[in-house]
Design a protein around this ligand. Structure first.
Ligand SMILES: [Zn+2]
Length: 325
């Protein structure tokens, strides 16, 4: 595979998955294949790390994960509906261990992003006075990822609980009580100074959120951190740019070393990294990582198999044209 150039940043990867852009879907396919090849390549590095952990610990959990990673994404079968120039991923086997596997992370994040963008548009059409903002809350770095995760989650829950109580009239108003809908994700980076935990929240608000007041509330909730950031989304850029921040969390694991990624994935595997409140609650995200087919249209099947060291390669023998419908 010829990809010595720097891989695209996470936000661009995700944006390209879900936005229409200037290129048609068939024109976008080669880049998608390249992205998926890189993701699979990274997944194989993670597989090596997991296998090593299994040999060191004998823990059957690692052997289960390595089996899953091993069989994930060995082939990808797309359908190109050439009369409408749409491309859909029709079949693949996915491990669905998205914290370990960058390929599943891309597919899942793009499904989540599409579902929440759809919901966002529906909410805004019924409540046009709401203003979308991006809120980032940070807690202090630390070496113990689980302890930092718990601390961050509990602190966010304090703000969300106060919001609920204020809205039912039983407590004073807070900055969060201006939020009508929010969707947020917990993200963890590590650049050598311990785990840096933070939360990105896309929120639809009824009034301006005061950064200083929020900072004071956050300090009270966390006891050790006051760093918050609030900025409007959707005014200068498309709202999707703000939402990308929220849904890139699992893709960001690929910025860690493979050892750190496995450590983080093991620690956070069964934990919730995405949450929603208010009007965003109940947004349905499809479980399946493949795409819905387009019924009744002729297509060309494009079957790619993964070859180690090369990437996804089209298999002409398995790539066929459908009978004319
Ligand atoms: Zn996978």
């Amino acid at each position: 595979m010829t990809h010595k150039e720097k891989p695209p940043v996470t936000e661009e990867v995700l944006a390209d998955e879900v936005t229409e852009g200037l290129q048609s879907e068939s024109e976008k396919l080669p880049n998608k294949i390249l992205r998926y090849s890189r993701a699979r390549e990274r997944a194989l590095l993670i597989l090596d790390e997991v296998t090593q952990q299994y040999h060191q610990t004998g823990n059957p959990y690692f052997s289960k994960i390595s089996d899953k990673l091993n069989s994930c994404g060995n082939y990808l079968s797309f359908r190109h509906y050439y009369t409408v120039d749409k491309v859909r991923l029709h079949a693949a086997s996915f491990c669905k261990k998205h914290l370990f596997c960058p390929l599943c992370a891309i597919r899942r994040a793009s499904k989540q992003l599409s579902s929440y963008m759809q919901r966002y548009k529906a909410i805004m059409s019924e409540n046009p006075s709401l203003v979308p903002v991006m809120i980032t809350l940070t807690v202090k770095n630390g070496d113990d990822l689980l302890e930092r995760y718990d601390h961050l989650v509990k602190s966010v829950q304090v703000l969300n609980r106060k919001r609920t109580r204020a809205r039912t009239g039983s407590r004073d108003k807070t900055e969060f009580s201006k939020i009508e809908a929010s969707v947020g994700s917990y993200e963890f980076t590590n650049k050598g100074k311990g785990w840096h935990p933070h939360v990105h929240i896309a929120a639809l608000v009824t009034a301006h959120i005061d950064q200083q007041a929020l900072s004071a509330e956050w300090k009270k909730a966390t006891g050790d951190s006051f760093i918050v950031d609030v900025r409007p989304i959707g005014q200068i850029q498309e709202p999707i740019k703000g939402f990308l921040e929220v849904f890139k969390y699992a893709l960001k694991f690929s910025d860690l070393t493979s050892e750190q990624q496995v450590q983080a994935a093991v620690t956070l595997d069964a934990r919730r990294l995405l949450f929603s409140t208010g009007l965003f609650r109940g947004t349905q995200v499809p479980e399946s990582l493949i795409d819905e087919p387009l019924e009744g249209l002729p297509y060309i099947q494009l079957f790619y198999k993964y070859l180690q060291g090369i990437g996804y390669t089209l298999d002409p023998e398995k790539s066929t044209k459908s009978n004319n419908i």
